[in-house]
Write a protein that binds this ligand. Structure first.
Ligand code: FAD
Length: 337
């Protein structure tokens, strides 16, 4: 479908929210030659964003276990965009391992996901020497990647500026106060215009040790949540993440025990690690847990990225750009008023 409104062409674009959704939109639009201004209410540390708390895993095949096919489709497209626009993105794959008591869940995970290779104990050791003798089986997803959100957001913000876009930190913007085309990427704060959005709490812990080295995210099969250990460099590891229908930002004792316990199962040396940080972020989610691009004349809302903001933001930004440039509509994620 092609549209003829004044959205197309060279009119300036305001984007609200410099989390992962707004950042990718600003980057692709600025690189396409649009005059972009990105408004962010917090400072460059981005601590008010959900993106600040994320694991940053780019794992479209692992996510097949619980997500709709559209997540895999857009996620695989996003991997190519990460490679193209952020060439230093780590693509070392993901490793899934299991405690023997959760063997049935491991087999279920293998059945529901694709793009993996089965590993025996020697295969696990070859990939991650630190895990020698710890796991008899593993699943390796070689095409998956990961980013460190707290490094990649500033990297994206710098790329936006380099492409000619303007970023205004400390700028709390209202959708209706801005002239011209506005792309609303406010995450959970966008609830005033999208009342069905809810926050799904994800708790995380950062620990530090020089006793363990990992090269890629290691997921531990768990009956309720995908628990994982992500290497952050400099001896730091992020442990994540719970998924709780609550909107407070506290970390419960039970969650902390489960996250720290998972790390201990992956490697007992994590038991001696230093705890650096506890935290939680609220994932913005629609009732169906799927992302949406809602187009209402000069107002476009991109929200509901739920557990997949880093995985989906590049592909969603590309779809928004395709709509603005050529009027293309993706029926799975776009809604036109
Ligand atoms: C613990 C945890 C682990 C996760 N792990 C992963 C993972 O491994 N992989 C993955 O893909 N996803 C992961 N996610 C999900 C991911 O973090 C979210 O999907 C994503 O951060 C949502 O990004 P967003 O840009 O839409 O929202 P946000 O990151 O919240 O950004 C919205 C921004 O808008 C700003 N804002 C709001 N109102 C205004 C206003 N009026 N004016 C100006 N600025 C405003 C806010 O300050 C904020 O910076 C995880 C989430 C959590 C909590």
């Amino acid at each position: 479908m092609y549209q003829t409104s004044r959205l197309r062409g060279d009119s300036p674009v305001s984007i609200i929210g410099a989390g992962i959704t707004g950042a990718w939109h600003a980057l692709l639009l600025a690189e396409a030659g649009r005059a972009v201004t990105l408004h962010e209410r917090s400072d460059a540390a981005m601590t008010q964003s959900t993106s600040h708390w994320a694991g940053g895993m780019l794992a479209p095949w692992c996510e097949e276990e619980a997500a709709e096919p559209v997540i895999t489709r857009l996620g695989i497209r996003s991997l190519a965009l990460w490679r193209q626009h952020v060439p230093e993105t780590a693509f070392n794959g993901s490793l899934v391992v299991t405690h023997p008591r959760d063997r049935a869940d491991f087999e279920r995970f293998a059945r529901l996901t694709s793009g993996h290779q089965r590993l025996d104990a020697e295969g696990v050791r070859a990939l991650e020497p630190a895990l020698e003798g710890r796991f008899r089986d593993g699943l390796f997803y070689p095409e998956e990647g990961h980013v460190e959100p707290r490094r990649v957001l500033p990297r994206l913000h710098a790329a936006i500026a380099k492409a000619g876009g303007a970023i205004k930190f400390g700028s709390e913007a209202e959708v209706d106060d801005l002239d011209g085309l506005v792309i609303d990427c406010r995450g959970l704060a966008g609830r005033d215009r999208e009342p069905s959005l809810r926050g799904v709490k994800g708790e995380m812990i950062v620990i530090e040790t020089t006793e363990v080295e990992l090269s890629r995210p290691v997921r531990l099969i768990h009956p309720r949540w995908p628990l994982y250990v992500i290497p952050r460099g400099d001896g730091r590891f992020m442990l994540g993440a719970t998924s709780i229908e609550a909107e407070d930002s506290g970390v419960s004792v039970r969650s902390a025990l489960e996250l720290l316990g998972a790390a201990y199962v992956v490697h007992p040396a994590f038991g001696e690690a230093r705890i650096v940080e506890f935290g939680a972020g609220l994932r913005p989610a629609f009732p169906d847990n799927l992302p949406k691009i809602r187009i209402e004349q000069e107002r476009i809302t991109v929200n509901g990225l739920y557990r997949h903001g880093f995985l989906l933001a590049p592909a969603l930004a590309e779809l928004t750009l395709a709509y603005l440039s050529r009027g293309e509509i993706d029926n799975e994620v776009m809604q036109c008023a």
